[in-house]
Design a protein around this ligand. Structure first.
Ligand code: HEM
Length: 473
């Protein structure tokens, strides 16, 4: 215990935080079903250890097992850290499970030259909203038509939209990356997508890696499933090589395979597999979860739904599909989509970063090698930034004349060097899918059922399973 105390005591200039217990530190003082709320309460006057009321400020520390983490809260602190001192926080920490799975390759969990090159390549191919010959807008709208057909097949009766939305959004990534989509209900594909939401297991694994590596448990299943996903991608890469046509860039894999490579570049098949894996990992569940929240908010606020539909009817009408050019003429709809993203807060603690050298933040010194958690929740629900932070209020994004206004504190995609790589793609998907849905359907709850706005804390913050009725308009 004495050795643990000496090894793990906070250095003098380190950010303060709740008392850490021997060995486990603050591991069991966080409620993992509501991690983001636990972490936000530490910075607020509320508390997590229930014994004394303390406020630790916007930069505070916790010890998770043997690992110190620093949690950053509020817009100014996050901006100072991720944007103004972005270089110091551009790396990801060496989290055991993530390293075991990605082996430092790809984009999301890589660092240094691999991250720079792979991110730049993915961004440049995404820049024109499509890979190779596949441009994004027709891909999204084509997928919407399959999805709408599935919704219509329920004939206004209650159903859970989760699988259909997951299929639709994953299929958009499939079309862009593999050059083809899958039939809905493809069992193998659904199984491969089913590993999300393992927050607590990951946290335990990352805190006690040596122990957890030897133990059976859900984290082993996650690892097994992730390996299956990678095998699945390897088969697609092999088929692309087999059907090789140097004059035809069909999709992301083709573009990648045709990249001109210099001797010390990091473009190789393993990085390709992990990059494709990353696009699925980061791009499927996020967008489909946001759409699931969108359904819930629309049934909870039918008057807002009606206002959105009226605006779409007026600007787009019923005889054509919506396009991105319509966005400027749909300020209310745009505001509603932003408010859905703010309230649903699906990546509440962003992804972890690590300090690559000592950094001064909020008057404290954080040494090199400390894991940093950017608490997006503390910004998206900050009462100093939003007029009614806890209420669903599209007015947050509208001026008195009803024009759309951007808000700096709207940061669901994080900020800085590691800002979400798929932000533009996600915004486009959300806009085209949401407006098309509102154009075609009216959403309601089954008779006698009220929408439940509670969440499940996994890799994304997702709604609890629910059934909804979609009536054709
Ligand atoms: C990273 C949010 C959709 C690809 C992130 C991060 C957040 C985020 C908070 C962490 C940023 C940081 O580390 O500071 C979201 C939300 C989405 C969404 C809210 C949808 C509503 C997408 C899509 C893709 C994507 C559609 C791509 C197909 C990525 C990648 C990273 C990332 C590759 C890692 C970037 C890096 O480490 O350099 N996203 N994301 N995301 N996102 Fe997204």
């Amino acid at each position: 215990l004495t050795a643990d105390y000496i090894k793990n005591r906070r250095p003098g200039s380190f950010p303060p935080g709740p008392r850490a217990f021997p060995i486990v530190g603050n591991l069991f003082t966080v409620d993992y079903n509501r991690t983001h709320e636990s972490l936000t309460q530490v910075t607020d006057v509320k508390k997590i250890d229930h014994s004394k009321s303390e406020r630790y400020g916007d930069v505070y520390s916790l010890r998770m097992g043997q690992t110190w983490i620093v949690v950053l809260n509020r817009f100014d602190v996050l901006k100072e850290a991720l944007v103004d001192q972005g270089d110091v926080l551009a790396d990801r920490p060496n989290l055991p499970l993530l390293q075991d799975i990605s082996q430092g390759l790809g984009v999301i969990f890589s660092n240094g030259k691999i991250w720079k090159q792979q991110r730049r390549f993915a961004l440049s191919t995404l820049k024109h909203f499509g890979f190779g010959k596949k441009s994004l807008k027709p891909v999204i709208l084509e997928e919407f038509s399959y999805c709408a057909k599935e919704f219509k097949s329920h004939k206004g009766k209650p159903f859970d939209p989760h699988l259909i939305l997951n299929n639709a959004v994953s299929n958009i990534i499939c079309s862009l990356v593999f050059g083809h989509r899958f039939e809905y209900g493809d069992e193998k594909f659904m199984e491969l997508m089913s590993w999300f939401g393992k927050g607590l297991e990951l946290e335990l694994y990352n805190s006690f890696p040596l122990l957890m590596r030897r133990l059976p448990g859900p984290h082993q299943t996650v690892q097994h499933i992730w390996n299956s996903v990678k095998d699945f991608i390897r088969v697609e890469v092999k088929e692309h090589k087999h059907n090789w046509d140097p004059s035809d860039n069909r999709d992301y894999i083709d573009c990648y395979l045709k990249t001109e490579i210099e001797a010390d570049d990091t473009f190789d098949e393993e990085n390709l597999v992990v990059c494709v894996f990353d696009l699925f990992l980061a791009g499927s569940e996020t967008t489909s979860t946001t759409l699931r929240w969108a359904f819930l908010y629309m049934v909870k606020y039918p008057e807002i739904q009606a206002k959105v539909q009226a605006e779409i009817d007026k600007v787009v009408g019923t005889s054509r599909q919506p396009s991105m050019e319509d966005r400027a003429d749909l300020p209310y709809t745009d505001a509603v989509i932003h408010e859905i993203q703010r309230m649903s807060n699906i990546v509440p603690l962003s992804l972890p970063h690590v300090t690559t050298r000592d950094i001064r933040l909020g008057g404290y010194t954080i040494p090199k090698g400390v894991t940093i958690i950017p608490n997006l929740t503390s910004v998206l629900f900050d009462k100093n930034e939003w007029e009614t932070p806890d209420a669903f209020n599209p007015g947050h994004f509208l001026n008195p004349e009803g024009k759309f206004v951007k808000r700096a504190a709207f940061i669901p995609f994080s900020a800085g060097k590691r800002v979400c790589l798929g932000e533009n793609l996600a915004r486009m998907e959300l806009f085209l899918f949401f407006t098309s849905l509102m154009q075609h359907f009216t959403f309601s709850m089954p008779a006698g059922v009220k929408p439940v706005m509670d969440f499940r804390f996994g890799i994304t913050l997702s709604p609890l399973p629910y059934e909804v009725c979609l009536t054709s308009r």
